[in-house]
Design a binder for this molecule. Structure first.
Ligand SMILES: C[S@@+](CC[C@H](N)C(=O)[O-])C[C@H]1O[C@@H](n2cnc3c(N)ncnc32)[C@H](O)[C@@H]1O
Length: 323
């Protein structure tokens, strides 16, 4: 008996190569913090850019001063890398991006530095091509990678022998890393993010940072009545201009990293974009309706600080070094 599996694949390749001509519609946390006078910066304990705050945070865990080769995959406008190179101009940087438009923006932003630019789909890059890098950064792009949408539970049964290569790939990655198979429900699977992480781990890159919108995020207990998140555990669709992306199930990524003997540090962006829940912010978060545009921006930004999670992955024995 042939069972027909009706599922969809969310694929943003065409949009990124041919459609994308701005990131304005999907204001990333990095871009939101870029202008010196950004209202989001005023929320933070330290008024600084995303890249500087992230660099300083990473240097608590990894010997970033002594690293040589860094690759950023999906670097958007290039602001994060600009900040890293401002902090440390001995880094040899490579920017890999699928979007010709954004690669040009990165060239412009990074023109004062010597940087290598590669136009490629990370899904097509092989592990050996990544072996020479000491640090890989993937910021707010895992959700763009291919996602299996609405997969029925039967698709995960390891005894199935159907000829669908995509389902076979999903089953085999679930099996290799003992990722829990869904029971009785249709789910979305971040297959692109899982395969890219497997590729980076297989390449043996000693340090990896990934950050993205999570489907498992919860605010810390004291703030849960103010920052109301819905951790469904199932990657959720976010509709954007010209394409959709999906939130990320970080627990599955952790399983892959652990299998490759990485030490894992996981948390919300609020760990490195630290802020204090002052009376003013409590008032803004508690208000049923928003009074000003600035309050609306701040409310979304504070939600994002908990809705976005990161992983710092540290291979083997380097786990204790700090730079
Ligand atoms: C939402 S933007 C994030 C940009 C930036 N990292 C930031 O945080 O502002 C996603 C980035 O990932 C890139 N991207 C999306 N899919 C990709 C793929 N398959 N391979 C390489 N880059 C990809 C996009 O072109 C873009 O630069």
């Amino acid at each position: 008996m042939v069972m027909v599996m009706n599922y969809e694949m969310n694929d943003t390749t065409d949009y990124h190569i041919h459609g994308l001509d701005t990131l304005g519609w999907e204001l990333t946390v990095c871009n939101a913090l870029d202008p010196d006078d950004s209202p989001c910066r005023r929320v933070l304990r330290r008024n600084d850019s995303y890249g500087h705050l992230l660099y300083d945070y990473l240097s608590r865990f990894i010997p970033i001063r002594s690293l040589r080769k860094i690759i950023e995959i999906g670097g958007g406008y290039g602001y994060l890398m600009r900040d890293f190179l401002n902090r440390n101009n001995t880094l040899q940087a490579t920017m890999l991006d699928i979007s010709p438009y954004l690669l040009q923006r990165q060239r412009d932003t990074l023109s004062p530095f010597s940087v290598c630019f590669i136009q490629a789909d990370i899904m097509d890059v092989q592990s050996p091509e990544l072996q020479s890098f000491d640090l890989a950064i993937l910021n707010e792009n895992l959700g763009d990678l291919p996602t299996l949408v609405d997969a029925p539970p039967e698709a995960f049964a390891s005894s199935r022998q159907d000829p669908d290569p995509l389902l076979e790939q999903v089953r085999s990655i679930f099996h290799r890393y003992a990722i829990e198979e869904p029971e009785d429900v249709r789910v979305n699977v971040n297959i692109g993010a899982l395969s890219v992480l497997e590729k980076l781990c297989r390449a043996g890159i000693p340090f990896i940072f990934m950050g993205e919108h999570s489907c498992e995020a919860v605010a810390p207990e004291p703030w849960q009545h103010l920052v109301r998140l819905r951790p469904t555990g199932n990657p959720e669709r976010i509709r954007l201009r010209g394409h959709d992306e999906y939130t990320i199930r970080f627990t599955d990524l952790e399983k892959i990293a652990r299998a490759f003997q990485y030490r894992i540090i996981r948390g919300p962006f609020a760990d490195f974009l630290a802020f204090d829940f002052t009376d003013k912010f409590r008032y803004i978060m508690a208000a049923k309706s928003t009074h000003t545009d600035e309050h609306e921006i701040i409310r979304h930004f504070i939600e994002d600080l908990y809705q976005y999670e990161y992983l710092i992955l540290i291979k083997g024995r380097d786990a204790t070094a700090a730079g």
